[in-house]
Design a protein around this ligand. Sequence first.
Ligand code: SAM
Length: 201
Amino acid sequence: LNTSNKPAIYLALLHHPVYNKNREIVATAVTNIDVHDIARSSRTYGLAGVFYVTPIESQQVLVSEILKHWTTGPGAKYNPVRAEAFANARVIASLELASQAVQEQENGQKPQWVATSAQADGQVSTYESYREQLTAGELPPQLLLFGTGWGITQEVLQRANIRLAPIKRAGEGAGQSGYNHLSVRSAVAIVLDRLLGNRAE
Ligand code: SAM
């Protein structure tokens, strides 16, 4: 039951278009652990859906098999709680199709794209201000974008309606190295907690 004014929030894990080490645009391989962990975090924080985005057909088959195993196959009997986590997760060929799928599910309302990155270039929103906007109840559906490989391409970052600030440790310059390269599943959990976590606890 949605008791707040928050819009429906979706998440896309992009295996394409992302950079590789040489800043070429590639499609990365899906990892089983990301599929599991991101579905569980998304379910915990009440997201309306999760898209694993890959244009590679064999990878789509792989993700579908994982999802099927846990939602309707032997995994569902073994662990019904896991089936619940996967209920709103699906594989899809592109970000545009994910966006369209949200629009269809949300009575024709186009989602805003909300990008994440370990680096801040361009204008970024603080978590506090975005959280406030979410609660104010005036936003259309939201599609949170997370990358793989060496991160989401500039083109997608620039097309995003909102860019969230990079997660960093507290303190001056975030330490000597400024290292803040989280695994995507850790980044998802932190972002979802900052945006949707229970602050009263
Ligand atoms: N190969 C890596 C892995 O094991 O997950 C993936 C690296 S990928 C670039 C990590 C993604 O997580 C980024 O595209 C971004 O969405 C998010 N991310 C990682 N570190 C972050 C940070 N400090 N702040 C915000 N998002 C971050």
